[in-house]
Design a protein around this ligand. Structure first.
Ligand code: MG
Ligand code: ZN
Length: 185
């Protein structure tokens, strides 16, 4: 049986790294949340693979094209790079919720792909996001779940069925917790 090695932090995009300004259909609508770039940089320095996992149903709904979604992701990568932060991967689900695909969060299709691409050990990994689906995603891979209170986090906190590993004010706070937690095991 193959052994996977790397710990990863799977990050939601909208409402976690950048402000959730609705369906983000062009790079001009990207606005980073304070401290997000330096938080990612810190994860890089601690040896985590940092991977964005995002549902972009705006594609499946016909609101914008895959090219537009790619342009937004590329721009985000550039903004982060300028601040010294590196993304190991960006994976997104372009489907409509009714498509019943295997990649829309909380399903784990995209993470299975990342696991093979980047040699990731789910058990040593974390999921950070602002929605119930991000918390459920963590459960579905047996990783630790962190809800951030940016984006839709305040609203989704009330909808949780179980207490997450940690509730963070924002990504910066989440990353500080992850680094401390990872040193315990
Ligand atoms: Mg989100
Ligand atoms: Zn999908």
């Amino acid at each position: 049986m193959k052994m996977y090695r790397n710990p990863a932090v799977f990050l939601d995009r909208d409402g976690t790294i950048n402000e959730d300004t609705g369906y983000i259909d062009s790079p001009e609508r990207l606005a980073l949340i304070d401290g997000a770039a330096s938080a990612i940089k810190k994860l890089n320095s601690k040896g985590f693979k940092v991977i964005i996992i995002t549902n972009q149903s705006g594609v499946g709904r016909g609101y914008f094209s895959e090219e537009a979604a790619d342009a937004v992701n590329k721009k985000l990568e550039e903004i982060l790079k300028k601040q010294g932060a590196h993304l190991d991967g960006i994976y997104y689900c372009p489907h409509h919720p009714d498509d019943n695909c295997e990649c829309r969060k909380p399903k784990i299709g995209l993470l299975e792909k990342a696991k093979k691409d980047l040699d990731i050990d789910f058990k040593k990994s974390y999921v950070v996001g602002d929605k119930v689906s991000d918390v459920e995603l963590a459960h579905n891979i047996g990783g630790k779940d962190i809800l951030v209170l940016t984006g839709e986090g305040m609203k989704h906190k009330k909808m949780l069925k179980s207490q997450p590993s940690y509730i963070a004010d924002d990504l910066k706070d989440a990353v500080e917790w992850i680094i401390k937690d990872s040193l315990k095991s």
